[in-house]
Design a protein around this ligand. Structure first.
Ligand SMILES: O=P(O)(O)OC[C@H]1O[C@](O)(CO)[C@@H](O)[C@@H]1O
Length: 517
């Protein structure tokens, strides 16, 4: 490792281990804290001031960004240079929304024109339902877009099916009429077992309902068009091999969203993302939202040893965001070797988890306030509601969002708890809150395609910047391979020297003799 990097990392580790004043007191002791740790852009307010980060850590992280070559990495990403070293390729999701390398942008725009033309034609046709079949990045992004922005769309209703469990497809098919259902098979590789199995069953369902040449009714979205054609898809929309699965919602993978919400919403989504791209590419570290967030993430996980990151959306429309972020962050940065293949000597990505507020307050927030696992909590809210019910709903929702961050920070002292507990020391101990627990807040002016596009691009760049700060490659995912290989072996019963537990479970669950006792 570069000597500069290791000495900066050592300084960060020493600072993290030092006695640091409580977060709350830093509002007074750090004159510029509010100005430094709050930003507003693209209709989004970011507030990192309640995080356990200070000016000294930020200065060191800025030096780390320089020593790790973040500026060059950022340029390489935008230019379509080599950023995915283990797979020897670029990562061109930014081109899909018109940012970066002009030749790549032109190529992506041609693909987008084909997508919009097909979507426009289909929106005017007879199909009333869409079965979107895909998994991982071929499902999570589109599902989030549809749920957040297009529940009342004027196009066909979309069911997103990902799980190999036939229960998922059966339930979705039960909500569709085969006579008016379009199947969209989304798979970058067009080899994913879950997707191909689900697609075959969906085709069989159309055939059973009397649809002649059912595959001709299917649209395939893929970076492997030859495979999709060989499968028999009636329409094939392609996208570049260099668009990673979890970064692919901007490509033709977004088709079902365009079908449901229309081309204008799609264009606005991309414009919002492009605005965030320009901000990421053009801003100094100290005013760069994705970079500041990445610095805070790396500080918490890598130097303060905080192994979790909670994300709570105080908006029902964003309920699928934590699942989307789990893939984006953990599949990208859950790595144990550097981009050069050397074992890392400090933690990489924390466990991303989360849910919706206020539900989560009544389920998991106990641990956040009084448990022994401490990690940053990100609270998201939208200033304007998406419903027309009594404004009291939204006021309570926002108040809860703000109050949780305040409670995590303030805590409740033993003295206060003793007074509340009438002097009962044991009860007072149970009612004491240590406080000083870190949280950040992201407040959207409104939830529309433009703002969500900017927010999702923010998360992508944040993940990328964190990877660069840690010296890892965020664009591969070799960790998913072994399980897939072994699943094939277990399917075939060729267990070989697998462990005795697997062998016993195979006999009980999958062998010919297996069945209810
Ligand atoms: O789009 P595909 O090729 O079917 O892959 C689906 C998902 O599977 C993964 O490769 C992991 O198994 C993800 O990275 C990807 O988003």
């Amino acid at each position: 490792m570069d000597a500069g990097v290791s000495s900066i990392e050592a300084a960060l580790a020493a600072h993290a281990a030092s006695e640091r004043p409580p977060i709350r007191t830093r509002f007074a002791s750090e004159e510029d804290r509010m100005a430094t740790l709050r930003l507003k852009l693209a209709g989004i307010r970011f507030d990192w001031s309640r995080l356990d980060i200070d000016t000294q850590a930020l200065a060191l992280l800025g030096r780390l960004a320089d020593a790790r070559g973040l500026a060059g990495a950022r340029e390489r990403l935008a230019a379509g240079g080599l950023v995915n070293t283990s797979e020897h390729r670029a990562a061109t999701h930014m081109a899909e929304r018109g940012s970066g390398n002009a030749a790549l942008v032109a190529e992506a725009a041609a693909g987008d024109a084909a997508l919009v033309a097909l979507a426009t034609q289909l929106r005017g046709g007879a199909m009333r339902h869409v079965l979107h079949i895909g998994i991982g990045g071929s499902a999570l992004g589109p599902a989030l877009l549809l749920d957040a922005l297009a529940r009342d769309g004027d196009g066909p209703a979309v069911e997103v099916v990902s799980n190999i469990d036939g229960e998922a497809l059966s339930r979705a098919m039960a909500r569709c009429d085969p006579a008016t259902t379009l199947i969209v098979v989304v798979s970058k590789t067009f080899t994913t077992a879950e997707t191909l199995t689900n697609a075959a069953s969906a085709v069989a369902w159309l055939e059973a309902a009397g649809v002649a040449d059912a595959r001709a009714r299917c649209v395939a979205v893929t970076a492997a068009p030859d495979k999709a054609r060989a499968w028999g898809a009636g329409h094939v929309l392609g996208f570049a091999e260099t668009v990673g699965g979890r970064y692919s919602l901007w490509s033709a993978v977004g088709l079902p969203f365009v079908l449901r919400a229309g081309p204008d919403a799609w264009a606005a989504l991309k414009a919002g993302a492009a605005m965030m791209d320009a901000h990421f590419l053009g801003s100094e570290w100290t005013a760069n939202a994705p970079v500041l967030a990445a610095m805070a993430d790396v500080w918490a996980a890598r130097f303060c040893g905080q192994a979790t990151r909670g994300v709570f959306a105080y908006d029902e429309r964003l309920r699928l965001l934590p699942a989307f972020l789990q893939q984006l962050e953990m599949e990208s940065n859950g790595k144990r070797v550097t981009a050069e293949g050397v074992a890392v000597d400090r933690p990489t990505a924390p466990v991303t988890w989360g849910g919706t507020g206020t539900d989560a307050q009544h389920a998991v927030f106990q641990l956040l306030h009084q448990g022994t696992v401490i990690g940053p909590v990100e609270l998201l809210a939208v200033r304007t509601p998406g419903h027309a019910l009594d404004p009291a709903h939204h006021r309570q929702l926002l108040a809860n969002c703000l109050a949780q961050g305040a409670a995590l920070l303030a805590g409740r002292s033993m003295e206060e708890a003793l007074a509340l507990a009438g002097g009962d020391a044991a009860l007072a101990a149970a009612r004491t809150f240590p406080g000083n627990r870190p949280s950040s807040t992201i407040l959207l002016d409104r939830l529309d395609p433009h703002t969500l596009g900017a927010l999702l691009a923010f998360y992508e760049h944040r993940t990328f910047a964190a990877a660069v700060l840690m010296g890892i490659n965020p664009f591969d995912q070799w960790g998913v391979e072994l399980g897939k290989e072994l699943a094939d072996r277990v399917m075939d019963g060729t267990l070989g020297d697998l462990d005795p537990s697997t062998a016993a479970l195979f006999e009980e669950a999958l062998s010919e003799q297996a069945g209810p006792d």
